[in-house]
Design a protein around this ligand. Structure first.
Ligand code: FSX
Length: 364
């Protein structure tokens, strides 16, 4: 008999208090009212190991590393143990024919109900021959798996927007999941890689409400991608004062000044790094002295030099920077206000896409 999550966690040594703490932090992470923690607790306690099929295509495996390489054991790890992860190229114990049979079986048994998670982009040039698994192209495998899914989560910038494989000159004709699948709800969790807790929170939301959370126009959950890095950056005060590091080893860098002139893409990048941080909340790139690369935005590999300042003319700093800074602050403030408004609206109305309303094709 399958167990509810709470029972499963208890057997794994995680007490009720920790479980409740987890539910409360899930509610906070998803920008839901505190009272929602109870609903999350009840739903997760009752949920019975939903089937999850995880396909990995053209990628570097950084996404799986990010999700799994946390300080173990964490509750997030156990959530991953708890869901029925019936097929995952990297994590599954089975290999070869057995693995493919397990995938086929799981898809048939849970047709129309399973959650499909994809990381990596899909090469479509020359019939998709540039990436195959078990003799089948990624394109073929995605189309088959998508047909029986209830919803899809595209993990990482490769699956969400094409990412590194799609960078110029895009030799394999790489495309994101959304370019191929048009008739299923898709949520994008971009980042190269994305934050592990964002991933587990998104899955918890799906398990709790049977729906994907409210998303922005790029399919990213607003709870995590509603603000820019710049909106929440602890170095923002230096930006506002026009205090910028101009080299990685200068006085400004030592004083922790803003990394805007060293190429930081924080003002145009939507992600939760500045608030949730990485490695159990230890730090994030800007806190370690490196500019944000903008990895959760489309085309970040081709969008401009990693170490080139956003819209600041070379060799003309001072006034220009301050003017550009003032303009960016204006744009940033307007964007923040819009994001906050959208977020509040979403929380008030709790707008979601109902998976239950989907027209799912019948099994053949
Ligand atoms: Fe891409 Fe993920 Fe970057 Fe790597 O699966 S988003 S290259 S961290 O591994 O897809």
């Amino acid at each position: 008999m399958s167990l509810g999550l709470e029972t499963h966690l208890e057997k794994s040594g995680v007490g009720r208090r920790d479980f409740l703490k987890f539910c409360t932090s899930m509610a906070a992470a998803l920008s839901l009212p505190t009272a929602s923690a109870k609903a999350i607790e009840e739903a997760l306690s009752a949920v019975k190991r939903p089937t999850v099929i995880w396909l990995s295509f053209q990628e570097c495996t950084g996404c799986t590393e990010s999700i799994t390489r946390s300080h173990t054991p964490t509750i997030e790890d156990l959530i991953f143990d708890f869901i029925s992860l019936d097929y995952h190229h990297t994590l599954q114990a089975a290999a070869g024919v057995q693995a493919e049979e397990a995938r086929e079986y799981a898809m048939k048994e849970a047709y129309g109900k399973y959650l499909l998670i994809v990381d990596g982009s899909i090469p479509v040039k020359d019939g998709g021959v540039y990436s195959t698994i078990a003799g089948r192209t990624n394109l073929d495998m995605l189309e088959e798996a998508a047909a029986g899914s209830a919803a899809i989560i595209s993990v990482g910038t490769c699956a969400a927007f094409g990412g590194l494989p799609m960078a110029a000159p895009d030799p394999t004709g790489a495309v994101p999941v959304s370019a191929i699948v048009k008739d299923k709800p898709i949520m994008n969790i971009p980042g190269c890689p994305p934050i592990g807790l964002v991933m587990t929170s998104a899955i918890a939301h799906f398990l709790t409400f049977d729906r994907l959370p409210v998303m922005d126009e790029l399919g990213r959950p607003l709870a995590f991608y509603g603000d820019t890095i710049h909106d929440r950056c602890y170095r923002r005060t230096f930006y506002d004062q026009g205090l910028f590091a101009k080299a990685f080893d200068d006085e400004g860098a030592r004083k922790g000044w803003c990394l805007y002139e060293l190429g930081c893409k924080g003002p145009t990048t939507h992600n939760a790094c500045a608030t949730m941080k990485w490695n159990d909340g230890t730090s994030f790139p800007i806190e370690s002295g490196h500019p944000c690369l903008g990895c959760s935005e489309p085309d970040f590999w081709d969008a401009g030099g990693f170490y080139e300042a956003l819209s600041v003319p070379q060799g003309n700093i001072g006034d220009t920077v301050l003017k550009a800074g003032a303009a960016a602050i204006g744009v940033g403030a307007a964007a923040s206000a819009f994001n906050r408004h959208s977020k509040n609206r979403a929380v008030d109305a709790h707008e979601t896409i109902a998976v239950a309303d989907l027209k799912v094709a019948k099994p053949k």
